[in-house]
Design a protein around this ligand. Structure first.
Ligand code: IPM
Ligand code: MG
Length: 352
């Protein structure tokens, strides 16, 4: 079977980091598999090309692809544009059109980067948690919406399916789910909690607890290692995943996957387009490279290739190579391109 992958670099640093992700992909697949990469515009680049952040050809390509590698979508001009013309809107359309309702955002601390975290070593050492963000509903999509108002809304089946995704994920990890809501204030959250409890009863081997979102935000910086899988509404997940990312030293390290019922997935760094450093060869490409590893494991069932990428990233970090966001005195500061080349080279010819 030929693997068909849509490559959507998008805006700002998206282009630079995605190029490094593609290098890693090519290095790990070599000539051993048949694959097709097709690049297409999205976000601000899509809008500039045809007045639409998600051009119809790009959408069609994504519908036909097995997997999508996205860089970042967002440009400074977004602030002056109505929501439908903003770069990030393309992502919202894509997530919905492809039914990608489960967004996995792992926050994992590479031991080599412990000094890069803004938190104390004893708080973050060994950190390994998964934020599971509901991606097709909640405040992002609820109707009615309009000037000055939005609606947080969930149906029971929507909460059930993300609940099952959370418990199934926890079964492969440490068997703990923390469901995050705001059920002391929001009716939408009261339903969320009720359904989570019901779904949880089908997984007696997995521990379920609940936290209000404000308390969860605090617990994430006070004692993040208490968490295994955290599942939450779309907006809550957007916010808490940025917070969790910073525990690991840099948001530039974190990959993500967005999936639905099948094997198809959208893979992308958790970080944004960072226009302030775009084109300066300063961006960290490791989130994009690690997103490729997630793609190989989850869409294409190639766990060994995924592992090879992850091990190589660690080996390159162990050798002391760092992009500016994770630089510490005593390490070698290198650019985006060199980091990508070093990882690709070490995938082909392993270092230890
Ligand atoms: C993210 C981003 C997007 C979101 C933006 C770009 C629309 O912040 O993926 O976290 O809010 O979902
Ligand atoms: Mg976000």
């Amino acid at each position: 079977m030929q693997m068909k992958i849509a490559i959507l670099p998008g805006d700002g640093i998206g282009k630079e980091v995605t190029a490094q992700g593609v290098k890693a992909l090519k290095a790990v697949l070599g000539n051993s598999r048949s694959y097709q990469l097709v690049e297409a515009p999205i976000g601000g680049v899509g809008y500039a090309a045809c007045g639409n952040p998600l051009p119809p050809e790009t959408l069609q390509l994504c519908r036909d692809a097995d997997a999508i590698l996205h860089g970042a979508s967002g440009i400074p001009e977004d602030e002056q544009r109505p929501p439908q013309q903003q770069a990030g809107f393309a992502l919202l359309l894509l997530r919905k059109d492809l039914n990608l309702f489960a967004n996995f955002r792992p926050a994992f601390l590479f031991p080599e980067l412990i000094g890069a975290s803004s938190l104390k070593r004893e708080v973050v050492e060994g950190l390994d948690l998964m934020i599971l963000r509901e991606l097709n509903g909640g405040l992002y999509y609820g109707e009615p919406r309009g000037r000055g108002f939005n609606t947080m809304r969930y149906t029971e089946p929507e909460v059930e399916r993300i609940g099952h995704a959370a418990f199934q994920c926890a079964r492969k990890r440490h068997k703990k789910v923390c469901s995050v809501d705001k059920s002391n204030v929001l009716e939408a959250s009261a339903l969320w909690r009720e359904v989570m409890i019901r779904v949880g009863s089908e997984y007696p081997d997995v521990e379920l607890r609940h936290l209000l979102v404000d308390a969860a935000a605090m617990a994430l910086v006070r004692d993040p290692r208490q968490f295994d899988v955290m599942v939450m509404e779309n907006t809550f997940g957007d916010i808490l995943s940025d917070e969790a990312a910073m525990l690991t030293g840099s948001i530039g390290m974190l990959p993500s996957s967005s999936v639905g019922y099948g094997k198809k997935g959208l893979y992308e760094p958790v970080h944004g387009s960072a226009p302030d450093i775009a084109g300066k060869d300063r961006a960290n490409p490791l989130a994009s490279i690690l997103s490729v590893a997630m793609m190989l494991r989850d869409t294409f069932d190639l766990p060994q290739e995924a592992e090879r990428i992850e091990q190589t990233v660690r080996a390159v970090l162990r050798r002391g190579y760092r992009t500016p966001d994770i630089f510490e005195p005593g390490t070698h500061c290198i650019g985006t391109e060199e980091m990508g080349d070093r990882v690709a080279q070490a995938i082909r010819d392993p270092i230890h």
